[in-house]
Design a protein. Structure first.
Length: 151
């Protein structure tokens, strides 16, 4: 199966989302990157300890010690050899106690409900705005018609 946005193949290890029934990478330029939720969990719960190890270099790295190459679209790199340590950090993340992962999931679900509710409010406000725009348009047309009939 190919990504709906970039047409590249979707691998089992890619981070994907469903959009209108189509699967696509969350970030096409970085299909195996950490999800926003994974980054959040690492930042909140793992900022003060080692999250990744670069075996070839023998380095143990904290989250803030991981290097990045934003122009190349690469993150979570070993600062010495530039090896991608994303999967290493992800493996560390899933060693967190299930209670923390469950709390994070609950928080994420609450945030999603809030976003949905906000979007519904915006959508509901859209109807009266469109009705007011229609009335304004009709009034402008009537004014133009009346002005064109003046001697």
């Amino acid at each position: 199966m190919n990504c709906w946005k970039c047409s590249q193949p979707i691998a089992l290890t890619d981070i994907v989302e469903s959009n209108i029934g189509h699967l696509s990478h969350v970030e096409c330029s970085r299909p195996r990157s950490l999800t926003p939720d994974e980054r959040h969990l690492l930042f909140v719960y793992c900022l003060d300890h080692v999250v990744a190890q670069c075996l070839p270099c023998g380095l143990s790295l904290r989250l803030m010690e991981l290097a990045a190459d934003p122009l190349g679209g690469r993150f979570n790199l070993c600062p010495r050899c530039r090896r991608d340590l994303t999967e290493n950090a992800r493996a560390h993340l899933y060693k967190l106690p299930p209670v923390l992962l469950a709390r994070a999931r609950e928080g994420r679900e609450a945030a999603q409900r809030l976003v949905k509710t906000s979007q519904q409010l915006v959508d509901n406000a859209d109807v009266p705005i469109r009705e007011a725009e229609a009335v304004l348009f009709e009034s402008q047309q009537a004014l133009r018609a009346a002005m064109s009939k003046r001697p």
